[in-house]
Design a protein around this ligand. Structure first.
Ligand code: NAP
Ligand code: MG
Length: 468
């Protein structure tokens, strides 16, 4: 496949410029391939194609639009291995995680969104008013590198099923998976202009798409810093904005709760994907009296974590995505030490080629330390003790973020009551886990709007009242 092309108006086309960007494998630092950097002209061409396709695509029935997605879902299944390998090569996630979680999640979530679209009630009456839901127009989809397929799937499935058209800009670190996804979309035979994708830097291409006057919705997943910029960009022309941003999510262990469960759940999010998940439970908040037992359990569960080549079957932890990410994560580890936190385990770069960082646990952490407040996006955990449950809840909520969280306690009803007090969009209780249909979205600086299932679908609709 030629990754140096864009997919615009139903065709693979070359950039009007000549600049290319190397795509690196973080396990080896080798160049895997290169992509083209789009120009302003390319951006304009893609947005115009999406705008032109909108009237006919939005006029189709949901069943007709869903028929394309059923084929696309099958194509994802048929290409699961290829997609997983590509993702592992450019992201560094283990093949196991890419295959069993990343791509599989995309298939399941696409299916859930098809279900949401097919069962959605587009028309209903409020007394004499006919209330109807309609697609909005052209959606700019700007995605991060940590889930290179699913962050795109979560946008284009609801946006297109609702009848909008899209222009996608994937993250510069992971454009190959995105372009391969585009190849599958092309093969399914979606009408020309409905789906368009181009590659290039966020500062140029991302900004270009988001601020294009013919774009009606900006759907962005990424850092809060860039989210703020796009919020401002969207104010010009009053674009609708959907933001899925960062997190610093708490795992609150209640007195008497299963230490094993709390530690296992937390470490899952720190080890899988090298901790590069927006919903990672990066603050483990525990009763002071349990601190020692929690530390012992952390060490026991980390003992057998295997770091290394992400393509090997028994590897648990691969490299972080890039040299830049490695530097950021190591910078936070240094900052943690400087601020007086103690390293229980890890803390170092692994001495080998590639961007490997040991799983790192900080104890003696106070919630106002930088490592407890800022998103590190690497395999780094902070453990924070509390005296009373009230204080545990306060610490959980003492962050500018509000994405995810978890509560583990001996009494499920009590744990649910406490989950209600956590100011985040998702809270898992004990063994509870997210599903393909459950809504996902942030409170506070973690975002605006939702992804997945019916709530994700509704974000791509306008509401009209017809009065007669
Ligand atoms: P990022 O730097 O914010 O970039 C995200 C996307 O925005 C990339 O495609 C990037 O392009 C583009 N971009 C950068 N600057 C831009 C600008 N000025 N205007 C328009 N687009 C711009 O985030 P990242 O480093 O890729 O990903 C990590 C972040 O994403 C973390 O903060 C994480 O929490 C967040 N995240 C959130 C969720 C969620 O659902 N809430 C999910 C996953 C990740 P380039 O790649 O070219 O820079
Ligand atoms: Mg970036």
């Amino acid at each position: 496949m030629n990754y140096q092309q864009f997919y615009i108006d139903g065709e693979w086309v070359s950039s009007s410029g000549t600049e290319t960007i190397d795509v690196l494998n973080p396990a080896t630092d080798e160049v895997i391939d290169k992509v083209s950097a789009a120009t302003t002209e390319d951006v304009d061409r893609a947005v115009k194609a999406a705008k032109k396709a909108f009237p006919s695509w939005s006029a189709l029935t949901v069943a007709e639009r869903a028929s394309y997605f059923k084929k696309l879902k099958q194509a994802l299944k048929d290409n699961l291995g290829t997609l997983a390998d590509l993702m592992t090569a450019e992201l560094g996630a283990t093949t196991r995680f890419s295959h069993d979680v990343q791509v599989t999640m995309s298939i399941n979530e696409m299916e859930a969104t098809i279900r949401a679209a097919e069962t959605y009630q587009f028309d209903h009456y409020i007394r004499d008013a006919l209330v109807t839901a309609e697609p909005i127009g052209v959606v700019a989809c700007i995605s991060p590198w940590n889930y290179p397929l699913n962050q795109i799937q979560r946008k284009i499935s609801p946006a297109l099923l609702a009848g909008n058209t899209v222009v996608v800009k994937p993250a510069t670190e992971t454009p190959l998976t995105a372009l391969y996804f585009a190849k599958l979309i092309d093969e399914v035979g979606f009408p020309a202009g409905v789906f368009n994708i181009l590659t290039g830097s966020g500062s140029k291409v991302g900004t270009g798409i988001a601020s294009h006057p013919d774009v009606d919705v900006i759907s962005f997943t990424g850092s809060t810093e860039v989210g703020e910029k796009l919020y401002a960009a969207g104010s010009k022309g009053i674009k609708k904005i959907i933001l899925e941003l960062g997190g610093k999510s708490p795992m609150l262990l209640l007195p008497g709760g299963s230490i094993k469960t709390a530690v296992k759940k937390t470490l899952g999010t720190i080890i899988n994907n090298q901790g590069q998940s927006c919903s990672a439970l990066t603050r483990l908040i525990v009763p002071k009296d349990d601190l020692k037992a929690v530390q012992e359990e952390l060490l026991a569960q980390l003992k057998d974590v295997k770091i290394g080549d992400p393509t090997l079957e028994d590897t648990d932890l691969g490299p972080v995505v890039s040299a830049k990410q490695e530097e950021t994560v190591l910078g936070y580890i240094a900052k943690g030490k400087e601020e007086g936190a103690t390293i229980l385990t890890g803390g170092n770069k692994v001495d080998c080629p590639g961007h490997y960082i040991e799983p790192t646990v900080f104890v003696d952490v106070k919630n106002d330390m930088t490592i407890a407040q800022e998103e590190i996006f690497g395999p780094v955990l902070t453990v924070i003790p509390y005296e009373s449950v009230e204080e545990g809840i306060t610490i959980s909520n003492d962050t500018t973020y509000g994405l995810s969280g978890a509560v583990v306690g001996p009494d499920e009803d009590e744990a649910v009551a406490i989950a209600r007090k956590i100011r985040t969009g998702n809270v898992m209780v004990n063994e509870g886990a997210v599903t393909a249909d459950s809504p996902f979205g942030g409170y506070k600086e973690s975002g605006i709007g939702h992804e997945k299932g019916v709530y994700g679908f509704e974000d791509y609709l306008n509401i009209k009242a017809i009065l007669r």
